[in-house]
Design a protein around this ligand. Structure first.
Ligand code: UDP
Ligand code: MG
Length: 308
């Protein structure tokens, strides 16, 4: 690792129309910082001319990693992490929605505040209304799940310290949401405001289905709440069944056998109780599955920042 070097990691999936412009904007910015840098572009199984364009630019400062097929943005970024070695790693989208000229500010913010992760808040966001609403939901959920009060989780223009990147790479998780994972290994986290543009060319690579699946990744990799839900539901139903049964017994004594409709309602009460008990059992099993899941993810249970 080179402490002073900056690695820029960029996932690329069918971005042939915008890549030349990306290099045109990014290279001067990196040269202008007058420090050691590398740019790692990960071709995420593009089916257009992206790879050829990338390979034309490959060289001393530009590394191109070709994946065998399309694995998705976050997996591609992971691949980039693994073949980068800068002390500070910046992730960036290839479509120029995040302006490369913000990189120096991002790095400056990180170094001035000695932060481990610096995120960004997109000002004047140029996305469809639907995407903006969806982002709000994601942000609220991510805040709740991780307990970290960041404003904008979706923007991939972010800077990470090498240590945080190493912890992420060593976690070996299959599907994950990088900005959220990073916060589990960092305490000193900041956000700065950055500009946002429309896509330079082409279309968003995220279909509705892919967005939903990313959502699901976020929920299931960082929370065991869905598993716990069964436990809660079980408790609730069992208690409801018992309460209902008690109510029926009292009402039966009070209003007589005729009111109780030959025990039909008693049957319901018993049913609710047993259904509740079943959910409880599922929930308990879910608890164990959750523990297994946590083991399998093999996230370190702690990470040391420094020893004095
Ligand atoms: N991307 C990728 N693999 C995918 C989908 C997207 O590497 O399967 C890259 C894409 O080339 C771009 C970045 O991830 O550099 C963000 O994608 P996009 O701009 O389509 O997402 P949006 O801005 O709509 O959220
Ligand atoms: Mg984009």
């Amino acid at each position: 690792m080179e402490q002073d070097r900056i690695s820029v990691v960029i996932p690329v999936y069918n971005e042939e129309q915008g890549l030349e412009e990306l290099f045109r904007q990014l290279l001067p910015v990196m040269e202008g910082m007058s420090r050691s840098y590398e740019i790692v572009l990960v071709d995420d199984g593009s089916t257009d001319a992206s790879l050829e364009i990338l390979r034309r630019h490959a060289g001393e400062k530009v590394r191109v990693v070709e994946l065998t097929r399309n694995y998705g943005q976050h997996a591609a970024v992971f691949a980039g992490f693994e073949s980068s070695d800068g002390g500070i790693v910046v992730t960036l989208d290839a479509d120029l929605q995040n302006p490369p000229r913000e990189i120096p500010r991002l790095v400056a913010a990180m170094e001035e505040g000695d932060y481990e992760v610096v995120g960004t808040i997109r000002m004047g966001r140029q996305d469809t209304l639907f995407r903006r609403i969806a982002s709000r939901a994601v942000n609220a959920m991510a805040r709740k799940i991780t307990g970290v009060k960041l404003n904008d989780w979706g923007c991939m223009l972010r800077a990470y310290r090498r240590e945080v990147v190493e912890h992420m790479v060593n976690s070996r998780e299959r599907s994950t949401f990088i900005p959220a994972l990073a916060t589990t290994f960092a305490k000193r986290i900041a956000e700065i405001e950055v500009g946002h543009n429309e896509r330079f060319a082409g279309e968003s690579k995220y279909s509705l289905l892919k967005l939903v699946s990313l959502q699901f990744d976020l929920l299931t990799s960082f929370s065991e709440f869905p598993l716990k839900l069964m436990l809660y539901l079980g408790f609730f139903m069992a208690f409801f069944g018992m309460g209902f049964g008690a109510f029926l017994a009292v009402a039966r004594l009070y209003f007589g056998a005729h009111w109780a409709a030959q025990g039909v309602f008693t049957l319901f009460a018993v049913l609710f109780f047993f259904m509740g008990a079943q959910f409880l059992a599922f929930g308990l099993m879910g608890e164990y599955v959750g523990r297994i899941y946590r083991e399998v993810k093999s996230r370190p249970s702690y990470t040391v920042r420094r020893i004095y």
